[in-house]
Ligand binder design. Structure first.
Ligand SMILES: *Cc1c(COP(=O)(O)O)cnc(C)c1O
Length: 718
């Protein structure tokens, strides 16, 4: 029994159980319950029920247990929760009852579940988090494996000079929805991996994601020397030696973690190449069990799935051979192979020389491989053809499963309520039924528009309150007050651009022609404003330079406060943005965006996309649900591509988007605009939800791997 459980009055004794299962975060009645428990704490903790339960006073508890309406609400939520945990009626358990006990192990270096557990940096992590949530909703027997980074990813601060600063904070284990995994005697479960002659230990944190469990390794334990305790401190920082150590822990330690938990997966899914070393550990186990290396390799192939995410060659981790020899010199003899055979498993020519590439290891080892959009599948087949050198590009066995977003996570309660009213109370369950979305036509324009306007006000209030909070604490200078959105106008057409600041995403494209932009923004009858947010990787100076440029524009009086840069983009802010913006802008240099998911979050909220035809939008755009920047052309130089795309972006704004937004009827409703919103929801929610994505992973990849069906879509490399 924990401290929290002791504090809890009997009538609401299961509140800690609910707080420790992030299931609450995507179920509106549960969210509403915690908000009702204490609205002020709800806001000040940024919606962190675990922290709330610690902070709340005994007097407040005494008050709520006297409140009959609160207790009814509590009982209703617990009933919903219990029904879902039983799961008999859910998709996987009713369609594949015979496979219910076959576990799928899903490995990812980051999981973005909720802002109270900041162990994600961006898109990859959010995707993993959404994957786990949807697996729970569908009762897919999945467990996740990852890292508990004691400091997580950094918090971003932009001082008045505009150069991003990274702040690392220790995650308070008592205030996050995590608990240490223990054996029956109550002892912490630990695993260890030998790293360069030293045994390195990790304890395991368990996270409840609905029905799904995540196991996160943490090397910050007494048994380890300081260097090894630090190893998992942060996400994506450090040199290649820190990375190889982290990735050995993730892949090899991850397999041992599941063994220590008594879990025997039927399928192993590597989400991106960071966890590829897991295939070596599976082979080692099989060789130790008596198989030859060739047999072990074949057996591992049948059980493994690899999802690649990066269409940029330099974005794949690769380690020099000497580092591999240091770390695997004691390991490859256990596989029964020579040094050369071992290194050839991941051998690849990098721009800087021959190396051991984590993606190549996974491509050679996994039986089933996919990219994350149709276009990205195509790019990946071309990019990795050398691994299957005897085949033409079209026969390279990399298929596509387009990404999606977890719909209940990314919609606010206002939209949940609207959909429940017009699509029916079971709309979440029926979300991939095409007929369901035809009922959107029943929502009156005024109501759809009204909800959007309310969400836009909510966003702008949220941004103002953030600035006020910092101003009051004396941590901001006046420049920060101006750039952070205090001058935003809730009536103006608002463009949102929030994503990682990698240069290929071209955050500054819209500033290519400043005079033209100024005319668009400062039109007094039809004003336009832009909100930017996003972090640059701490080692990415060109990315930080982009932030600085935009920050400089934001503080310049010439743009009249119509450009804002909001610091410290995270999931919490992302929700407000994708729900309250008018148009979601995305202008990467095609085809470098593997999929992109923030645009999907916007689309399902009725926020149309204005995007280059890259990643998911190349599939999603239908001519009526948003706007396309440029075409699918291939350019001879980057300058040419940038200029053509910038002009197309301005043309779309001037000729289509601004006029449509400001074309109002007598009730001040932009009828044409509302039609685009409706079409965005109709065409995107069903297709770009994790519902469709998880069903695809399950039927095309997981189940064939579980049942040992020979793969028709993929075949081993030569
Ligand atoms: C969705 C999301 C991302 C990924 O967005 P992209 O469009 O793929 O760049 C990154 N960070 C946060 C906080 C998000 O919510």
């Amino acid at each position: 029994m924990t401290h929290l459980d002791e504090k809890m009055p009997a009538a609401i004794s299961r509140l800690p159980e609910l707080a420790y299962n992030v299931w609450w975060s995507w179920n509106p009645p549960a969210r509403a319950l915690f908000r009702r428990l204490d609205p002020t704490l709800w806001r000040s903790t940024q919606h962190n029920p675990v922290e709330m339960l610690h902070e709340i006073t005994p007097e407040r508890f005494a008050e709520v247990v006297q409140d009959a309406a609160f207790i009814r609400h509590y009982n209703k939520v617990m009933m919903l929760y219990d029904r879902e945990m039983e799961n008999g009626h859910l998709w996987f358990s009713s369609n594949y009852p015979e496979l219910r006990d076959r576990t799928i192990a899903y490995f990812s270096a980051e999981f973005g579940l909720h802002n109270s557990l900041p162990i994600y940096s961006g898109g990859l992590g959010i995707l993993s988090g959404d994957h786990a949530k949807e697996a729970s909703d569908l009762a897919i027997p999945l467990v996740g494996v990852g890292f508990m980074y004691p400091q997580g990813y950094f918090r971003q601060r932009i001082p008045s000079h505009g150069w991003q600063e990274a702040i690392y904070e220790q995650i308070d284990h008592d205030r996050a929805p995590i608990r240490l995994a223990r054996d029956e005697a109550g002892r912490e479960i630990k695993i260890s991996v030998r790293l360069h002659h030293t045994e390195v230990y990790a304890r395991i944190w368990e996270v409840h994601v609905g029905r799904v469990r995540l196991y996160l390794m943490d090397t910050d334990v007494d048994e380890n020397d300081p260097w090894n305790r630090e190893m998992s401190a942060r996400l994506y920082s450090g040199d290649s030696e820190v990375r190889i150590r982290q990735e050995i822990m993730l892949g090899i330690g991850g397999v041992r973690t599941l063994r220590a938990m008594g879990i025997a997966p039927a399928v192993w899914h590597m989400n991106e190449g960071h966890s590829s070393f897991l295939v070596l550990e599976l082979m080692r186990e099989k060789v130790a069990g008596g198989m030859s290396f060739a047999q072990a390799r074949e057996a591992v192939r049948e059980q493994t799935i690899f999802t690649t995410h990066t269409p940029v060659p330099a974005g794949h981790d690769a380690f020099p051979f000497n580092l591999m020899e240091q770390y695997f010199g004691e390991y490859w003899p256990q596989l029964g192979i020579s040094r050369d055979e071992f290194l050839s498993l991941g051998q690849h020519e990098e721009s800087w020389g021959t190396a051991f590439n984590m993606t190549v290891l996974a491509l050679r080892a996994a039986g089933r491989i996919n990219g994350v959009s149709e276009l990205h599948g195509e790019v990946s087949r071309r990019m990795w053809q050398s691994v299957w050198s005897d085949r033409p590009v079209e026969d390279v066995p990399i298929v596509s499963v387009t990404n999606g977003v977890h719909v209940p996570t990314w919609l606010p309660s206002e939209i949940h309520t609207l959909y429940s009213k017009y699509l029916g109370p079971n709309w979440v369950e029926e979300q991939d039924d095409p007929l369901l979305w035809e009922r959107l036509a029943d929502i009156p324009d005024a109501e759809l528009w009204g909800v959007h306007v309310a969400l836009k006000h909510k966003l702008i209030d949220f941004l103002r309150e953030r600035v006020r909070g910092r101003w009051v604490h004396g941590t901001d200078d006046p420049t920060g007050v101006i750039t952070s959105g205090t001058l935003l106008d809730p009536g103006a057409l608002t463009i949102g651009f929030a994503r990682r600041f990698a240069t290929y995403k071209r955050a500054n494209l819209i500033f290519s022609d400043l005079d033209r932009l100024r005319r668009i923004l400062l039109n007094s009858r039809r004003p336009v404003q832009i909100i930017f947010a996003g972090k640059a990787h701490p080692a990415d100076d060109p990315g930080k330079m982009l932030i600085q440029q935009i920050y400089t524009h934001a503080k310049h009086h010439e743009l009249g406060g119509r450009v804002a840069f909001i610091e410290d983009y995270d999931m919490h802010m992302a929700r407000y943005l994708v729900q309250g913006i008018d148009v979601w802008l995305n202008n990467p240099r095609r085809p470098k965006e593997a999929s992109g998911t923030s645009g999907m979050k916007a689309a399902i909220n009725g926020v149309p996309n204005l995007s280059v035809l890259d990643g998911w939008w190349a599939e999603g755009y239908n001519g009526a649900n948003g706007w396309a920047i440029g075409d699918a052309a291939v350019y001879s130089s980057q300058e040419e591509q940038d200029w053509a795309d910038a002009n197309s972006l301005y043309d779309q704004l001037e000729q289509e988007i601004v006029p449509l937004f400001y074309d109002r009827d007598r009730d001040n409703i932009p009828r044409g605009w509302v039609e685009v919103m409706r079409e965005s929801i109709r065409s995107c929610t069903r297709h770009f939800g994790t519902r469709r994505m998880l069903k695809e992973y399950t039927t095309r990849l997981y189940i064939p791997a579980i049942t040992g069906e020979p793969s028709t879509e993929t075949a081993p490399p030569s």
